[in-house]
Design a protein around this ligand. Structure first.
Ligand SMILES: [Zn+2]
Length: 596
């Protein structure tokens, strides 16, 4: 067949593929067992009434859009499993191929999903039922040999079930409840990632849908959400038509730069109720709270009553908080406000009710607000970094004659960031210069090196850096070449997940003659961001008086979670990484007898 003809025929194929919501509306009835609260009688037609957001998520399943990853971070009971099954049945018909559905346990997959939802859905809709196998033995709870490709269900608690098969579509629900057996001695990939691996051979045709209520910031599910478009749904104020996303902000914890909330003052609360809704002991009375509840418009302060909410949910606009995300990677956040079944009163009461649940705050954040819970050991804000600014020296100037002067560099795809750091006799780190290069090869250029000459105050002596360390994570062999070409000035480095043993001297795998320094990333961050920057412990970390926004922000945003003791991965921390290497350089220097 000629390529032209093939291309022509492919146009037919795409034209024949309906939009997801159109397909579902025309062909699908929802059985009562799937949604007892909403379906009266044995089944009702598919409908998105009061769920205006749902169309934006469901359409992602249409292969014409080229989307490979969808991550829905949602409150409990809001859309998650329903959305998953609706995307599944659309693709069962329009993208026939093997599909894998993953739940936390086999029991949930079998009883709560396969028997109660998926099988009644298939059996009750002719367009799906006609795809069932003739042989009943091939249509079981956990494996359905549908026309075009089998559907397999599994639980992450049944061993080996995530290996050995290949599926184009991977649907995973309640990812934050997956059991992950891993420790430092035998690290194992997260089940979520193992499942995604199954679609690897399908490349850009793969489709990976994940949904869950979130839990903590370092969980891989939240990381996936953050990597996607971070789409929020904006409703419109019935009074002033201002667009904003529904959020539960009880106090000054809210971020007033959150889109839609730019105009609110420090005393703004989103949900308010009568201050008199209390009994004689000062405890909230549920009935009175519910009767007086309203949502305050963040623009005009109009009190929006509950009976306006459902209408507002029919007319939503989407807004991406991560416009830099790949077009193929969509993520969504759905707090409880977007559930037609819950009310303003339900949300407020869940927050303030007397609870014997030890972690009610966390539960409210995760399961109701679809936010991750952060109980942070460290949170390095811009203000914290600014406190490291010293008044005693300016950029490009040495504050003293250093014990050690180093260049450190973090090569990346677009830019290589570098810093020059001076170390004083106590081990204090003083960043004196920084910048970016288009390629890490420039680190050995005469032009770059000629300008790395610094004057010792008092004596006027000119000195140059004694040693350099380069992160070899990006284009490893290129960085090795540069280190070798420098004749022992630059050394390659590599962060490791080891929690013990700060530094290690090894050999580059491909160059037996080249020394490679590995260091514990956690220990380096603990000392740099935890001790030196957050707690200002001596001997400290210092920036010059004229430190610019690039270098300040390059050290901000680091967070360490208390429960996992892990530092969150931060995308644009290149200058921070340079400082981390300077700290490592200090550790190496200290192993030399007589250095300090
Ligand atoms: Zn308004």
């Amino acid at each position: 067949m000629s390529a032209r003809r093939e291309h022509f025929l492919r146009q037919f194929l795409i034209d024949q593929r309906p939009e997801v919501v159109d397909f579902l509306t025309k062909n699908i009835s929802i059985p009562r067992s799937m949604s007892p609260a909403r379906v009266h009688g044995s089944s009702s037609p598919f409908s998105l009434q009061h769920q205006g957001f749902a169309k934006h998520i469901l359409e992602c399943a249409n292969p014409s859009l080229g989307i490979t990853d969808v991550t829905t971070c949602s409150a409990t009971q809001v859309f998650k499993t329903f959305g998953l099954l609706m995307m599944l049945v659309y693709r069962m018909v329009h993208v026939p191929s093997p599909k894998l559905i993953v739940f936390p346990t086999k029991d949930t997959a079998q009883k709560a999903v396969s028997r109660k939802k998926l099988q009644p859905l298939i059996n009750g809709n002719p367009i799906l039922a006609e795809r069932k196998p003739a042989n009943k033995d091939h249509f079981t709870d956990m494996e359905m040999d549908m026309l075009g490709g089998a559907i397999r269900l599994t639980g992450t608690n049944s061993p080996a079930n995530l290996a050995s098969t290949s599926e184009q579509d991977i649907f995973q629900d309640e990812c934050c409840k997956f059991e992950h057996h891993s420790n430092e001695d035998s690290p194992e990939a997260h089940p979520m990632d193992l499942a995604d691996e199954r679609a690897k051979s399908f490349g850009a045709d793969a489709f990976r849908y994940k949904s869950s209520s979130p839990n903590i910031i370092t969980h891989p599910f939240w990381t996936r959400y953050e990597a996607g478009s971070q789409t929020h749904f904006l409703v419109s104020c019935p009074h002033c038509q201002h667009r904003f996303p529904f959020e539960d902000w009880p106090d000054k914890t809210h971020d007033d730069r959150h889109p839609g909330y730019e105009k609110v003052g420090p005393d703004y609360r989103s949900l308010v109720w009568s201050p008199e809704a209390k009994d004689s002991r000062g405890l909230w009375i549920e009935q009175k709270v519910r009767e007086s509840i309203r949502f305050i418009c963040p623009a005009c302060a109009f009190p929006i009553p509950e009976d306006c909410r459902l209408g507002m949910l029919d007319d939503v606009e989407k807004m991406d908080l991560n416009p830099g995300a790949s077009d193929r990677n969509r993520s969504f956040r759905l707090p409880s406000f977007y559930s037609p079944a819950l009310t303003f009163g339900d949300i407020a009461w869940n927050r303030i009710k007397p609870s014997d649940l030890f972690a009610n705050h966390q539960n409210h954040a995760n399961s109701w607000l679809a936010n991750c819970w952060s109980d942070l050991a460290y949170n390095v804000k811009e203000e914290t970094v600014k406190q490291c600014i010293s008044r005693d020296y300016g950029r490009g100037a040495l504050p003293f004659k250093p014990r050690l002067l180093m260049i450190t560099a973090d090569p990346g795809e677009r830019l290589t960031h570098w810093e020059v750091t001076a170390v004083d006799a106590n081990g204090g780190l003083f960043v004196i210069d920084w910048g970016t290069l288009l390629s890490s090869r420039e680190l050995i250029s005469a032009e770059f090196l000629r300008h790395r000459l610094y004057t010792v105050p008092g004596t006027g002596e000119k000195i140059v850096p004694q040693v350099g360390y380069i992160d070899s994570g990006y284009l490893t062999e290129t960085q090795y070449d540069i280190c070798q070409a420098s004749g022992g000035f630059y050394w390659p480095t590599k962060g490791s997940d080891a929690k013990h043993g700060a530094i290690n001297e090894t050999r580059a795998a491909s160059r037996p003659n080249l020394k490679l320094y590995t260091y514990s990333d956690t220990q380096a961050k603990d000392e740099l961001y935890g001790a030196r920057i957050s707690r200002h412990t001596t001997p400290g970390f210092h920036l010059p008086s004229d430190a610019d926004a690039d270098v300040i922000l390059g050290h901000a945003g680091q967070m360490k979670d208390k429960s996992t003791n892990l530092w969150k991965k931060v995308p644009a921390d290149h200058y921070g990484d340079c400082s981390k290497l300077a700290l490592m350089g200090l550790w190496i220097a200290r192993t030399v007898p007589g250095f300090m």
